[in-house]
Design a protein around this ligand. Sequence first.
Ligand SMILES: [Fe+2]
Length: 259
Amino acid sequence: MNGKELQDITQWLINYPERFRGEDGSLHRMHELKRDHSRRVAGYCRFIAFEIGWGPGRVNMAEAIGWLHDVGRFPQWDEFGTFYDPSSIDHGAKGREVIESERVLDFLPEGRRKVILDSVILHNRREIPESTDPSSLPFTRLIRDADKLDIFDLVYGHLEAGTIRKLLPGISTDKAASAPLLEEIAIDGRASYHNVKTVPDFLLTQVTWVSNINYAPTFRCISENHLIERLRRYLPSKNSGIDRILDSAIRRVAEGCAG
Ligand SMILES: [Fe+2]
């Protein structure tokens, strides 16, 4: 993808939320947040792609996917007033629908279009399906890494500002981690959202993401910013289950940095 093509896609995404402005001309804060998130994820995509040695065309493709990956969020918020997929729509699938119906990628050859659409659809799946086209795989893995880095930033911003509960409407005020969640993580290192009842549960779920990171530069970002260590402050202390989860995540990050 050349620079002009990337520029066109970027501009399209920046303009797209404009159509959701209310009658008073204001853009919903959630739409603004998503546009900012898309910009930052695009930056992370570019960073990771560059660091792993991709050429300029692939770096541009990666950045374009970063801009587009959450485009389904805009109509999702507009129609349902939530970003919670289980009670609304799969925002990855919706993203594909928007990109196709708006013909955003019509100027690209079929192969590249497919890579971008696959990455958008698969960025939010629990697992990348085994049937995924090999040419889409590296990009799908990359957007999933970049997205996680920005979510870490977002969560820290809220933790430090003391506003984390705003991010998690409906979550319990209990300060403990839930036993079923700790058990689930102890079994296979994974956590499912239906077991997330408290803020510590949510933070531990984030910690388990490190077993799902794909590229060394992403691990390095997590390591250099001490993202896991810093979470300790916001989790119950003297809980051996939690300590084990954190320690194993820190080890996994160190291994990942080594590539
Ligand atoms: Fe997303």
